[in-house]
Design a protein around this ligand. Structure first.
Ligand code: NAP
Length: 470
């Protein structure tokens, strides 16, 4: 998503000499990698698209993953991005020296460039659970982001570890096809009930006829998500209360079985973990062939999953919906900045970047959706569009000859981090739960202010926060 965007915006700004490195043989990032049943985006499609490539054809409010993948590939074709892409060319090393970056790829290519834009995504490297005997499982086992479509779920005894957005979508999609579905729940989740209607043929016709409607819808959804962003960064806000009330009513009203309801009742505040949206999860998990197991997993055995009560849950398929290594960002690519400083060492404790974009001593290296950016149920496309416009202002100074090297100063990063950490304490993410938003210290690793502030920060760089050399 962000790489395609970069190519389009670079060309639009008059840059002809750029390369998009793509390790796979297709574009699409997370939408290429994730193909699990039920995959969709919880950001409405008319917002989860480029603002300059609105799409009248979205089938649903929250369209399926395959449609989103086709959208990105379609935009790439329309904007002739593919001609700038090197497919199957994984960047393994970027080293800065004498004002330029030397890039090495796994395929053996070596290039020298002025600027590197890392559009490498956030939720990319699967996180496998550390469970005894995992590899001894005798059935089919795969991570949700590596779904094995050669294994039919029809009539199978399926186990799913995890209760995040991914697991919830999978449960709703497959429960009726399985013989049995066992959901291993370590932590119950709050679920926001959001219906997902298909657009009618009349609506689709209207979208095709009147592009103005798409723009209004995009703007309207943008406003709604701005409101949402204001709610989650202020745990005491009326918006946070509204989210809580909706989730609670969803649980009370839609889980009839009192035993199941208590199993599914979280003991922390709604939206503390990444908020899940689903109109049908409770119905699905209430099916007679579904079971929520809350006993801790003690191990995996050839025939299934053993839990702390001694029970063996026999399975044919085990799905690991256990999330991603969220602090990797551009890594494992080896990035070496000014004076031989390694990004791995700079980020040994945790990843940090000024405004999520620039790391001191790594000149002309800029990130899209980098560390501590806005991640709380926003459209990451909207985030990346603001970021690329900002980055292009930095790059413009190089093109204009004002400097050959630009990086945030250490002081700017330190001040940003201090303010960010202070603000993070007030967010709903810090109200006491385990989630992938939290860093190793338990501090939310995310933009802790309303989205409007992010938009304002991205409008123009504060040049005093950057060191320009050369
Ligand atoms: P996730 O939110 O990180 O959830 C991972 C789940 O696995 C959690 O329930 C976690 O339990 C569980 N888990 C991990 N290790 C475990 C272990 N050893 N034993 C038992 N349970 C274990 O991952 P995800 O569901 O793939 O979602 C990741 C993110 O991707 C989402 O938050 C969202 O940003 C994005 N996403 C979005 C959509 C969408 O609709 N847009 C769909 C899917 C994913 P705990 O809760 O106890 O930690």
């Amino acid at each position: 998503m962000a790489g395609i965007l970069s190519a389009i915006k670079l060309r639009e700004a008059g840059y002809g000499d750029f390369t998009v490195y793509e390790k796979a043989d297709r574009l699409g990032g997370t939408w290429r990698e994730n193909t699990y049943p039920g995959l969709s985006c919880d950001v409405p499609s008319h917002l989860y698209c480029y603002s300059f490539a609105l799409n009248p054809e979205w089938s649903h409010l929250l369209s399926p993953g395959a449609e989103i993948q086709a959208y990105f590939e379609g935009v790439a074709r329309d904007y002739d991005v593919n001609s700038s892409v090197r497919f199957g060319d994984e960047v393994v090393r970027c080293e800065f020296g004498e004002g330029r970056w030397r890039i090495a790829t796994a395929a053996g290519h070596h290039d020298v460039v002025d600027v590197v834009i890392a559009a490498t995504g956030v939720l990319h490297h699967p996180k496998y659970p550390d469970i005894a005997g995992l590899d001894s499982f005798g059935g089919a086992m795969f991570h949700s982001a590596r779904w094995d479509h050669s294994v039919p779920v029809e009539g199978a005894r399926v186990g799913i570890i995890g209760t995040g957005s991914t697991a919830v979508q999978i449960v709703s999609a497959i429960v009726d096809q399985t013989d049995s579905l066992t959901l291993f729940q370590r932590t119950a989740q709050w679920i926001m009930p959001v219906l997902n209607p298909a657009y009618s043929s009349e609506e689709l016709e209207a979208f095709r006829r009147e592009p103005q409607l798409l723009e209004e819808l995009h703007a309207h959804l943008s406003e709604l998500f701005d409101m949402f962003s204001g709610a989650v960064v202020d745990a005491g806000s009326a918006g946070a209360k509204y989210i809580e009330d909706s989730c609670l009513a969803n649980l009370e009203d839609n889980v009839a079985d009192p035993v199941l309801r208590e199993k599914l009742r979280p003991d922390y505040r709604a939206a503390c973990k990444r908020l899940i949206v689903s109109a049908d999860f409770y119905e699905a998990i209430g099916r007679p062939n579904a079971e929520v197991v809350t006993e801790a997993i003690t191990g995996v055995e050839p025939r299934g999953v053993r839990t702390a009560d001694g029970r063996l849950h026999e399975l044919d398929i085990l799905v690991l919906a256990t999330g991603f290594q969220v602090d990797a960002f551009v890594r494992p690519t080896s990035v070496i900045g000014r004076g031989g400083v390694r990004l791995d060492d700079t980020w040994a404790d945790r990843p940090e970047a000024y405004l999520s974009i620039s790391v001191p001593r790594f000149p002309n290296f800029f990130m899209l959706n980098g560390p501590n950016g806005p991640v709380g149920n926003f459209s990451l496309i909207g985030v990346a569009e603001l970021q690329i416009a900002y980055i292009l202002q930095l790059v413009e100074r190089i093109r204009a000859g004002d400097a050959t090297e630009i990086a945030a100063t250490g002081d700017a990063l330190a001040a940003f981090e201090a303010a960010r950490i202070e603000a993070a304490k007030k967010t709903v993410w810090a109200t006491g739960c385990r989630s992938w938003y939290l860093d190793d210290r338990g501090i939310p690793a995310a933009w802790p202010w309303p989205f409007a502030r992010f938009r304002a920060e991205m409008a123009e760089p504060k040049w005093e926060d950057y060191e320009l050399r050369g």
